[in-house]
Design a binder for this molecule. Structure first.
Ligand code: GTP
Ligand code: MG
Length: 206
């Protein structure tokens, strides 16, 4: 898919501020610093559209980008690490789950996982919650340029092994690098296919 136009559309602090209408959207989530904003810029081939930073971001809004006047990318803030219990969620996490559970336009959630580290509890817990809530997601391994192929493979295999402890099948996954643009074609192809399905289903409803 060719990216013809990509522009910042709006920041939403909660679900009620999200755009109305039938435009499909793809949200990007993962621990802070995992590379969400960098990946978005890589996919869109725009250097500075989504803001990146080397210090964990303080963003607490969902940032919407309109692509080809046809679909949205939503850059979500990272989810928390040291959560003691489900009841001790930050206000942000509450709106996040409200968004994930209620937003019908969200076709797919891309969950970013840092390929440089072994499986992290916070990521595995997050996936478990996604599965419980029936939220469609795929996994995006990031920063593949930062380590040797064999090391990345080892971390990815370890993560998949963890997933297979509870899942029969692995979710769709992508290996990416914002530096080498690894994964660009595959992810855009995937989004393109889901967009087609979305608009076809919409036509049947109308
Ligand atoms: P928050 O918004 O703070 O949650 O972070 P984020 O997940 O959006 O991460 P961001 O894209 O800001 O990247 C964090 C840091 O990792 C920055 O210094 C990026 O330059 C670096 N980075 C992101 N992706 C890659 C990658 O694929 N390769 C390399 N080498 N560095 C990356
Ligand atoms: Mg970011």
């Amino acid at each position: 898919m060719l990216i013809q136009t990509a522009k910042f559309a709006k920041s939403a602090a909660s679900v009620k501020d999200c755009p109305t209408g039938n435009t499909p959207e793809y949200a990007f989530i993962g621990r802070s610093n995992v590379g969400k904003s960098s990946l978005i810029n890589m996919l869109l081939q725009r250097n500075e559209l989504a803001r990146t930073s080397s210090t964990p971001g303080k963003t607490i809004t969902m940032n919407y980008f309109l692509i080809n006047e046809d679909w949205y990318i939503v850059d979500l803030p990272g989810y928390g690490y040291a959560r003691r219990s489900k009841t001790l969620r930050s206000a942000w996490e509450k709106s996040l789950w409200q968004y994930l559970k209620s937003r019908e336009n969200m076709v797919n959630l891309f969950l970013l996982i840092d390929s440089r580290v072994p499986p992290q509890e916070s990521d595995l817990n997050f996936i478990e919650e996604l599965a419980e809530a029936g939220i469609p997601f795929s996994i995006v391994y990031t920063k593949l340029d930062k380590l040797k192929v064999a090391e990345a493979e080892q971390n990815i295999k370890a993560f998949e092994a963890k997933l297979l402890e509870t899942w029969e099948e692995l979710p769709v996954s992508f290996q990416t690098s914002a530096v080498t643009k690894l994964g660009n074609t595959e992810m855009l192809k995937y989004i393109n296919r889901l967009n087609k399905d979305w608009y076809q289903a919409l036509q049947r409803k109308l």
